[in-house]
Design a protein around this ligand. Structure first.
Ligand SMILES: [Zn+2]
Length: 80
């Protein structure tokens, strides 16, 4: 008899080969000042010390001039 294949198990995608790393400082969209990255990589909760970012992680910046907060989605830096 045909055995049902266990295809329904959730599985994480394999880690990307390219390391995604957001800039530690970006230019504030509002005032043109410097916005610093204030969040560590969130990649794997079981390995908080991991210095890896994954596409889809949220990188939070705070502007040192106007104190605005910016949440940027880490994305593959593809040539688009
Ligand atoms: Zn600003």
């Amino acid at each position: 008899m045909p055995s049902g294949s266990a295809r329904g198990s959730p599985r994480r995608r394999p880690p990307a080969t390219d390391v995604v790393r957001p800039d530690p400082v970006i230019t504030c969209i509002d005032c043109g000042g410097r916005a610093h990255l204030i969040t560590p990589p969130t990649g794997d909760p079981e390995h908080p010390a991991s210095d890896e970012w994954e596409p889809g992680d949220i990188a939070t910046y705070r502007c040192e001039d106007c104190l605005d907060r910016w949440d940027l989605v880490v994305d593959d830096d593809d040539d688009t």
